[in-house]
Structure formats: structure tokens, C-alpha cells
Design a protein around this ligand. Structure first.
Ligand SMILES: *Cc1c(COP(=O)(O)O)cnc(C)c1O
Length: 389
């Protein structure tokens, strides 16, 4: 029992510091109202920005292919797992993102790790924003290149570090397009200008921007009208399904297909999920109205919470982080919300800084005005009860 005792002692430290994590079980589909642990909750924390995860059109698209192609893909892409639906989806993603080519991975996490571990080599340097997603951090850890972290969206710091990095063979700047926990947009225009001046390549993780930013939902590259060298994305957020992708030049995609270990050694996604994702992207391209409604709702919530006296982060995205304080305070706020029937759990370290533990609200296009009103009333009530406002 020595092994379990050792783990138990370590876990106790996690509990004592207020960082213990548990699972909550959803017993209904991902709609604004979900059954969580047996009670009805209004969800204000999902990444299903356009409500596509439970959209009939995606379900029918997947169902048809499910009957034709079965449940699993049966192998990695380079052996038996590559179906015509993988091919169709990759072509669709490349057209959607306006790049020469695209490559599917089983998740966005694996796409980021696969790019960063394969492309920068020994003798290169990766300049990484301090608040980049964990999958980018893990990609940097696996890379043989050196990693230098620059202060969050701090262009002066990035410039200084770029100028100090001129002796490396190649320089890569890697950033989230929309920061997942802070809800702000990376200054891609400035980053690309610095990259040009200091001879660096740019990698953007567009997980939260795909389907949300830009007139046609193409993401940060459309929002800024710029073409980074590598765009990584996920199908698991606004697209409503699962899987990850990389977009860029044909030679980039050919290189990754030959050298990216998370592509080569992973079983391919199920063809039915590819078909649902294909349908989702077709919907996204013509969902300009929905996107505008989504961003208008986000702004309404942002403004109202600020007026109430809450401290917020981010702008112009459907991610609305409300800073509460230490992890236990954030945890208590999340619990009180759940008692009011609102599901938006606390985000704590190591995901965010200790003193910046938060409720990360997200809004979707399907939330009604009444549901938003109820959210704001509940925030006011709990904020006053816990003396946060
Ligand atoms: C969610 C997310 C990922 C991981 O994508 P998955 O498809 O869920 O693995 C990567 N980067 C960012 C910024 C994310 O928010």
C-alpha cells in the first residue's frame, strides 16, 4: 500500500490548497440548459459557441456516414485509417482557412504538440507567449529547440527577446489567436510585423477564433487579414465536433505528414466525425448573423458585469473571465452559481495565476435574453453576498 499512501499524501496537499478537481456528469445533450449531476443547469461555460455540437444537421451528416463507414477508423492515417471523409474534410478546412493545404490530427492538443515537436530543430528558438495554452507549452517542452517565454502580449518584451535571438538558426513566435482563459485577441498585426523585422516564423493557435472571428468565421487570419506561416486549430470548440488541424503551405503539410509523431502514431478520427465537421464548416461559412449575435451578447454581458463592479479580462470574444481572487473564493463563487442553477465552474491554478482564480464565462449564440438576464441577476446577488462587488 506504499504506492497508494504516497499518492494519497500528495493528493491531500492538493485538497488543502483548494485545488482538488472532480468530474461533473452531464446527463443530457450540450444545449444552453443541461442536466448536471441530476439537476437542470444553465450552462455559461461551454465552448460550443455556435450551438453546433447538438445541431440536427451535424447529427444527420454523421449518422449517414456512421452506417456506411462504421464507428472507428481502424488505424492510423498512414495505414488503414485514411478515408475519403478525412480527405474531403482536409480540403474543406484548407478552403475555409484559405491556405494551400490542411492536415487533420485527433485533437487540437495533438496538433500543437505535433507541430512544435517536429518543425523547430536544435539550434532554433521558440518565443512563446506567457499565457499560451498548455498544449503549446507541452509542444515547446518536447521540441529540441530552446524556448523563451515573453510577457503576455507584450510587444516590447517580444521585440527585445527577438533581437537577442538573432544568433539562433531559426526563430518561431508562437501564440494563441484568442487566449483561452483571458478572452483577449493576440495582436497578430504587431507580431507579424516584428516577425518580418527580426526574421521569424509565426505559429498561431486558432482554437477559440475558428468559427468566431472574421466575417466568415475563418479566425484570426481573417480578422487581421494576415497569413501566418502555420495556423493550428481545433474542431472541438465552435465547430462543435472533435479533432484538430494544421493549415498552411502544401510543403508544410507534406513535412508534417512525414515528421509529426502525433500524426503518424495516432489512430485516425472516425469518418463520421469528419462528415459532421464538414457539415459544420459549411454552416459556419454562412453564419455571419449568428456570429454577430454571439459577439453582441458577449458585449452585453461584459458591459453589465462591469457596471455591477466585477473585474473582467479580455475583449471582443465570447470568453468573459470574471476575476474572483484566490482559488477557494473562486470555488465558492462557482458553487453558489450552481445552487442558483448556473454552471460555470471556477478556473484555478495551474490553469491561471493563484490570485487570478476566476469564473470563466462563455456565451453561445443559443443563449436567450432571459437566460442572460438571469445570469446577470445571479452574479449581482452572489457578488454582494460574497462581498466581491
Ligand atoms: C482547447 C484548446 C486546445 C486543444 O484542443 P482540443 O481539440 O480540445 O485538444 C488547444 N489550444 C487552445 C488555445 C485551446 O483552447
Amino acid at each position: 500500500m506504499e504506492f497508494n499512501q504516497w499518492l494519497n499524501e500528495r493528493l491531500h496537499k492538493t485538497i488543502e490548497s483548494g485545488l482538488y478537481r472532480t468530474l461533473r456528469t452531464m446527463t443530457s445533450a450540450p444545449n444552453p440548459k443541461v442536466n448536471v449531476d441530476g439537476t437542470q443547469q444553465l450552462v455559461f461555460s461551454s465552448n460550443n459557441y455556435l450551438g453546433l455540437a447538438n445541431d440536427r444537421r451535424l447529427i444527420y451528416a454523421a449518422e449517414e456516414i456512421l452506417h456506411d463507414f462504421g464507428v472507428g477508423s481502424s488505424g492510423s492515417r498512414l495505414t488503414t485509417g485514411h478515408s475519403k471523409w478525412h480527405q474531403k474534410l482536409e480540403e474543406k478546412i484548407a478552403t475555409f482557412k484559405q491556405t494551400e493545404a490542411a492536415l487533420l490530427f485527433s485533437s487540437g492538443y495533438l496538433a500543437n504538440v505535433g507541430v512544435l515537436s517536429a518543425i523547430p530543430e536544435e539550434g532554433d528558438v521558440i518565443l512563446s507567449d506567457k499565457l499560451n495554452h498548455a498544449s503549446l507549452i507541452d509542444g515547446c517542452r518536447l521540441s529540441k529547440a530552446e524556448t523563451v517565454v515573453y510577457q503576455h502580449v507584450d510587444m516590447e518584451d517580444l521585440e527585445e527577446k527577438l533581437s537577442e535571438a538573432q544568433s539562433y538558426n531559426h526563430r518561431f513566435i508562437v501564440t494563441d489567436g484568442v487566449f483561452s482563459m483571458d478572452g483577449n485577441i493576440a495582436p497578430l498585426d504587431k507580431i507579424m510585423a516584428l516577425a518580418k523585422r527580426y526574421n521569424a516564423f509565426v505559429i498561431v493557435d486558432d482554437a477559440h477564433a475558428t468559427g468566431v472571428l472574421g466575417e466568415n468565421g475563418r479566425g484570426t487570419s481573417e480578422y487581421f487579414n494576415l497569413r501566418p506561416d502555420i495556423v493550428v486549430g481545433t474542431l472541438s470548440k465552435a465547430v462543435g465536433t472533435e479533432g484538430g488541424f494544421v493549415c498552411g503551405s502544401q510543403v508544410l503539410i507534406d513535412f508534417l505528414r512525414n515528421h509529426s509523431r502525433t500524426f503518424i502514431f495516432q489512430t485516425a478520427m472516425a469518418p463520421a466525425i469528419c462528415a459532421a465537421s464538414y457539415a459544420a464548416i459549411e454552416i459556419i461559412e454562412t453564419s455571419g448573423d449568428k456570429r454577430q449575435r454571439l459577439l453582441a451578447k458577449s458585449e452585453q454581458i461584459r458591459k453589465s458585469l462591469k457596471v455591477l463592479g466585477f473585474s473582467l479580462k479580455g475583449e471582443d470574444t465570447p470568453i468573459i473571465p470574471v476575476i474572483i481572487g484566490d482559488p477557494s473564493a473562486a470555488e465558492l463563487f462557482g458553487k453558489r452559481l450552481q445552487e442558483e442553477g448556473i454552471f460555470a465552474p471556477a478556473i484555478r491554478p495551474p490553469t491561471v495565476e493563484w490570485s487570478e482564480s476566476r469564473i470563466r464565462l462563455t456565451v453561445t449564440a443559443d443563449h436567450s435574453s432571459e437566460q442572460i438576464e438571469y445570469l446577470l441577476e445571479s452574479f449581482e446577488k452572489i457578488g454582494k453576498q460574497l462581498s466581491i462587488i
